[in-house]
Design a protein around this ligand. Structure first.
Ligand code: ADP
Length: 805
């Protein structure tokens, strides 16, 4: 059936109703107007008839028919719609009429005029004529006694007026109908519009769009209905998941989804399904699965479901054809949806592309096969290797046992070597001590005898003894140094000292030897050479003295030059290069590489000629290396040699002054004490277990203006110190009964307890090692002089400590 809108229906209905009412009104009005007009004509006709009846009395009584005729003619002339008039006498004979020649006889049948009580009621007879309907109105002359007057008026007058009235009426009615129709349209629209909105809303909701809101603001039943509809929707929204929301979920999910009816019509397909199989989802909805090729996804899925219809659920792997003609492996699960009554409704299929998984599985399978293969090969290799290893193992075990034996032997050898090294060091130390003590006596004795008045030969002999003693002292000192270096006990100290002053002293030390040989001894220091530096002054000087003394020794004529130049500074450290150049005999090229080795001399004849032990350069190089420096040599035989020593020295942050007012290089701010010892003689306590040593010292100090007390061991010394006051104590370290360390400690303790001023104590030690010096200082000694001491060293010490006494 064709759908006709409610609005159209309303408009048509209202218009038809309008027309019907209009028509009814029209006919009603027509009938009423016609009736009124007829009454009017009847009245007029009756009036004319009555008037004529009254006017006809006299002519009838006088039988003046001409007057009657004139009367009739006048009326007919004045009244337009008057069709006829005729006057009858009592005998119904026509006395006058308006018909002209012949009077129509059948008119005489017209009714009698009204009389009596009904005389006001007009009696009208309707006559048919050629020109239409006529109204005949009679009037009695003298109540009919004299006759009758009949007046005939045509109905045309009524029709004419009626037509005019109806024309107007039709015009107005058309206007009214038009207005009515417009009103019908407006009214129908007003009524049906909210209904249409409501209907659209219902349709949307029916499609699952629960977010729809109807906007009708009319204050009537429809407005109320819309309100109820909206609240119903709100309730629905809260209790139901909207179609739109469901669609969003379905189209967002990554699994492909298809829904068909049990008959195989596609109801829904999501985006993922379209993408996976190459369809446009919208185009698929409504399609029948049978219209797809047999292996294509929708049909193949439906077929799979048909197979498992009984179970109601199916999950399975398979291969589906895409729209593009490509086969893809899929995992699908199908399920039947049921309504509330449990009646099967639609089939839902969820499909996943498992080509990636399949590929990975294949890869895995391949890898597994490879692995198995490898495993087999590995097992074979392992068993082969195991067999080989077993053989090797046996060999190894034997080797291990052998190695262990070797290691044990090596350990024994190493321990023996270490023990030998320790023994060597100890031997050297002990030997040096044992040798220094007699040497001390020899040197001091020679020096003392040198001052005596001797004959020429005696003096020469004494000189030889002195020289031999000095050479031996040098050798012992070198041996001690070497032993110390090799045993790793060499300690490099960092103290502040005046570098140019140290160089001056070095030159001064050797200037006498140079002068004797007629050599020029030059010192060249760079202008930018730092003055106060931090380093091991004694060791550096030892190296330079060795090099300069070698240069003097191996130069017969010409000069020996010492230069010092600073290198580029790195942070606070300045590398200083010292060069000792000579114009001496030089060294052969092949010997240049070996002169730094122990006991090596360039030429054995040299020893005979110049003396020396071959240890000096070895010790020097080891000392330089211990100071993080390096030493090189350049030499041309017959021309001369140059020894290069580079040592990093650092600059102090500030020049420090020690508590005795001495600066770093030990210079005392005063004069030689000898010049000041005029009045009170200072008293020195000399502690030594060797009577020879005490004797020697006494001889040496004989000419000095001081008094000497002697003690044979530490204990004696402590007791004497308790009883007397001394200006200086010369304390031997190795002594029987009580050694020098203990005696010094007890003296210091005594001073502290008695509140006595500290007396300078100078240790006399045969050991010149740093740890010996350190041990002396720790015991409380102020200084030390190593044995065998030289006169100068002893006098320096006296100057230093007795100057104020
Ligand atoms: P020695 O105590 O014999 O001088 P050194 O180790 O100081 O021992 O020197 C080793 C050798 O190097 C010397 O015997 C000498 O042959 C050679 N020698 C060292 N300095 C010079 C030099 N300035 N000129 C020539 N030969 C030198």
């Amino acid at each position: 059936m064709t759908f006709i809108r409610l609005r159209t229906k309303c408009i048509i209905g209202f218009t038809i109703l309008n027309l019907l009412i209009g028509m009814a009104l029209f006919f009603l009005i027509r009938f009423e107007v016609h009736h009124r007009l007829e009454q009017e004509i009847h009245k007029r006709g009756a009036t004319i008839a009555r008037h004529l009846a009254e006017s006809s009395v006299t002519p009838i009584l006088t039988e003046n028919t001409i007057s009657l005729q004139l009367l009739v003619n006048n009326y007919v002339k004045t009244e337009d719609d008057l069709r006829y008039i005729y006057i009858l006498n009592a005998r119904n004979e026509v006395l006058a009429h308006s018909f002209g020649t012949a009077f129509p006889k059948d008119l005489l049948k017209a009714d009698e005029p009204a009389s009596g009580a009904n005389k006001d009621r007009v009696k009208v007879t309707k006559l048919r004529s050629e020109e239409g309907l006529l109204y005949d109105m009679p009037a009695g002359i003298q109540q009919g006694q004299l006759g009758q007057v009949h007046v005939g008026i045509s109905e045309a007058a009524v029709t004419k007026t009626l037509d005019g009235v109806l024309t107007h009426l039709l015009f107005y009615m058309a206007g009214i109908i038009c207005f009515g129709t417009i009103m019908a349209v407006v009214f129908a629209t007003a009524i049906t519009r909210p209904i249409a909105i409501l209907a659209a809303g219902v349709k949307q909701v029916g499609m699952g769009e629960l977010d729809y809101v109807t906007k009708i603001n009319t204050h009537d039943e429809i407005g109320e209905l819309a309100g109820s509809f909206n609240s119903m929707l709100e309730n629905l929204r809260q209790t139901t998941v909207s179609r739109q929301y469901m669609d969003k979920i379905i189209n967002t999910m990554n699994d492909a989804l298809i829904v068909f009816s049990q008959e195989g019509v596609v109801y829904n397909v999501n985006r993922a399904f379209g993408e996976l199989f190459g369809y446009v989802p919208e185009e698929m909805i409504g399609c029948r699965v049978v219209d797809f090729p047999k292996q294509e996804a929708p049909r193949c899925l439906y077929a799979a479901f048909e197979n498992a219809f009984q179970s109601g659920y199916l999950s399975h792997e398979g291969t589906c054809l895409c729209a593009s003609g490509k086969f893809i492996p899929v995992l699908f699960s199908l399920a039947m949806m049921h309504d509330e009554q449990g009646k099967p409704q639609e089939i839902i299929g969820v499909v996943n592309d498992i080509s990636g998984i399949k590929k990975a599985q294949e890869e895995l399978e391949k890898k597994r096969a490879e692995l198995e293969n490898l495993n087999r090969t590995l097992e074979e290799m392992v068993s082969l290797r195991t067999a080989e290893l077993a053989v090797t193992n046996e060999g190894l075990r034997a080797e291990v046992i052998n190695s262990k034996l070797i290691a044990a032997e090596l350990k024994i050898a190493r321990d023996a070597a270490e023990a030998a090294s320790v023994a060597k060091s100890e031997f050297l130390t002990n030997m040096s001590h044992e040798m220094r003590t007699p040497l001390n006596s020899i040197i001091v004795g020679v020096e003392f005898l040198g001052e005596a008045d001797l004959g020429r030969d005696q003096s020469r002999c004494l000189e030889m003894i002195g020289q031999a003693g000095k050479n031996m002292l040098v050798l012992i000192n070198d041996l001690i140094d070497l032993a110390r270096i090799e045993s790793g006990r060499l300690e490099i100290v960092a103290e502040e000292f005046n570098l140019p002053e140290m160089l001056d002293k070095t030159v001064e030390l050797l200037s006498r030897s140079a002068r004797i040989k007629g050599l020029e001894l030059l010192l060249d220091t760079a202008s930018d050479l730092p003055v106060i530096v931090v380093g091991d002054r004694i060791r550096l000087q030892q190296v330079l003295v060795n090099l300069v003394s070698n240069a003097v020794k191996f130069t017969l004529q010409g000069r020996v030059e010492i230069s010092a130049r600073p290198g580029p500074r790195v942070d606070n450290t300045i590398p200083i290069t010292f060069v000792v150049l000579d114009t001496g005999i030089g060294i052969d090229e092949e010997k240049l590489q070996t002169i730094f080795e122990t006991f090596t001399q360039a030429d054995s004849s040299i020893t005979r000629r110049f003396g020396g032990s071959g240890l000096g350069l070895t010790i020097s190089r080891r000392l330089v290396e211990a100071m993080s420096g390096n030493m090189q040599v350049e030499s041309t035989p017959g021309v001369g040699s140059s020894f290069y020593v580079t040592v990093p020295l650092s600059e102090p942050a500030a020049i420090s002054i020690n508590r005795d007012g001495q600066n770093a290089n030990g210079c005392r701010n005063g004069q030689d004490f000898a010049k000041n010892i005029d009045t009170v003689l200072p008293v020195v306590l000399l502690v030594d277990d060797s009577r020879e040593n005490r004797e020697l010292l006494r001889l040496l100090l004989l000419k000095k203006q001081l008094l000497i007390d002697e003690a044979g061991n530490g204990h004696e010394a402590v007791e004497m110190f308790r009883e007397n006051e001394y200006d200086l104590v010369l304390m031997d370290i190795q002594m029987p009964i009580m050694d020098g360390y203990t005696a010094t400690r007890q003296i210091r303790q005594m001073e502290e307890l008695a509140g006595r001023a500290k007396t300078p104590i100078v240790a006399l030690t045969a050991h010149a090692y740093e740890n010996d010096v350190q041990a002396c200082k720790e015991a409380g000694c102020d200084d030390h002089i190593s044995k065998p001491f030289k006169k100068a060293a002893l006098f320096d010490c006296l100057t230093k400590y007795l100057n104020g006494a």
